[in-house]
Design a binder for this molecule. Structure first.
Ligand SMILES: Cc1cc2nc3c(=O)[nH]c(=O)nc-3n(C[C@H](O)[C@H](O)[C@H](O)COP(=O)(O)O)c2cc1C
Length: 406
């Protein structure tokens, strides 16, 4: 079995194009020894390369290429398996697109294809060649600076950073984590995350509940979230709370209960957003749709959490339109390196922009993930990179600051 990897990358600004010649000679030798075929396209700024051969060799070479300082923003576009080589000759061949007529270069690449494996236009790998040569996706090739371009220092001088010292309930507690707009230096909303009274994670809190009592407890816990947020000085900011979709369906008068508790804590419905997890919503969509209408009619916002993590996410946008979606961490992890994740998230952004649905990206851990998403048009973020959830408190936010020595 043969493995094919296709990636694109940017030549670093300080690297002269003349280094390519020596690099290609060395790569040609290394690839030949490893039984790998490499076709490299270069347009004066961007690289595009196909590597194919035995799985281990292709992956090993790709790893060294990823670590090569002469280029950056390496994005894997395709990793696939095929029964035969597209390009028979092992080694490395460079096509400098600046010296070719654009219309001829694809034909020239196809001519290099093995006769056994007829390169035809419905071959995915060849379609990637075409897209690169025709530059039809070029607006999505974001060039982001290295991670150390920014530093993240928690702003402990912020007056809203505080911790509660009173226990608000014997049954649960909450940790608070902000969703922020880093470039505008704004806190957009605060999410209340359920914890056990001693601060253990949500899963441990749910484990302590039996059968249907889970729904009543889920609903009741929100009064604790409202009370704590109010005591922390939420002011006019918005607060997100999580709710199991079936809590609304199973507990009689759930929306009225929420409204009473919101008012009892000096808050207004318009500043509350209820988040539901995508997977849980899909399993009982019809029952749930009526409850969402009630929430919306009461002025409470609705968000879909972990969007893109399950199976019906896009359909949810059609069936009931939330005010906000939070893109699942699995889609965001290392997004700056992954062509498929980039394509999915760009499609989600396009869809939500058309529907005027706000997007936030959660679980941001790396500066590059944040920078790529900012370039793609996302402006609201939540994650350890900026602030970890704080038990019974509002954490200091690490706003991105430009490092001085770059
Ligand atoms: C755009 C680009 C494409 C490259 N393609 C290959 C390649 O196909 N095969 C290869 O061995 N090295 C390639 N290299 C060079 C590798 O990154 C690395 O410098 C080389 O494998 C030598 O690594 P080593 O000194 O650890 O053996 C490429 C570098 C760049 C910037």
């Amino acid at each position: 079995m043969l493995t094919t990897i296709i990636y694109r990358s940017h030549l670093r600004d300080h690297v002269p194009v003349t280094v390519l010649e020596d690099m290609v000679v060395a790569a040609n030798e290394k690839n030949s020894k490893a039984g790998v075929s490499g076709i490299l396209l270069f347009n004066g700024k961007l690289f595009f390369q196909l590597l194919e051969g035995p799985d281990e060799s292709v992956r090993a070479i790709y790893q060294t290429i990823c670590a090569d300082e002469r280029h950056h923003n390496v994005v894997e576009l395709l990793c696939d398996y095929s029964p035969a080589r597209r390009f028979g000759k092992t080694g490395m061949e460079l096509f400098d697109l600046r010296t070719y007529d654009r219309r001829e270069v694809l034909q020239t690449v196809m001519d290099k294809g093995t006769t056994r494996f007829q390169l035809i236009y419905n071959d995915r790998a060849l379609q990637f060649f075409r897209t690169f040569v025709e530059e039809s996706e070029i607006e999505n090739y974001f060039e982001i600076p290295p991670a150390d371009y920014w530093e993240f220092i928690p702003d402990t001088s912020d007056a809203s950073v505080r911790t509660l010292h009173t226990r608000y309930s014997e049954t649960c507690s909450f940790a608070f984590q902000p969703i922020i707009d880093p470039m505008a230096r704004e806190r957009v909303t605060l999410e209340a995350l359920i914890r056990t009274p001693s601060g253990e994670p949500a899963q441990r809190w749910f484990e302590g509940l039996q059968g249907d009592e889970i729904y009543a407890a889920d609903l009741k816990s929100k009064s604790v979230a409202f009370a704590m947020a109010s005591a922390l000085g939420l002011g006019e900011q918005s607060l997100s709370v999580n709710l199991l979709p079936m809590t609304l369906v199973n507990v009689p008068d759930a929306v009225n209960y929420l409204l009473q508790e919101i008012a009892a804590n000096g808050l207004v419905p318009e500043q509350i957003v209820v988040e539901f997890t995508e997977n849980e919503v899909i399993s009982r969509l019809d029952d749930f749709t009526g409850s969402v209408r009630e929430l919306k009619a009461a002025g409470i916002g609705v968000a879909i959490d972990h969007f893109g993590g399950g199976f019906g996410g896009l359909l949810l946008l059609a069936q009931f339109q939330p005010d906000r979606i939070k893109i699942n961490r699995d889609l965001i992890r290392d997004i700056h390196k992954s062509g498929p994740r980039q394509a999915i998230v760009l499609a989600i952004i396009k869809c939500c922009t058309t529907l005027e649905i706000l997007i936030s990206a959660v679980g941001i851990e790396k500066a590059e993930e944040w920078m790529w998403l900012e370039s793609a048009g996302v402006s609201q973020f939540q994650g350890h990179l900026f602030a970890r959830p704080e038990l019974a408190g509002i954490p200091a936010i690490a706003w991105p600051e430009r490092t001085e020595d770059i």
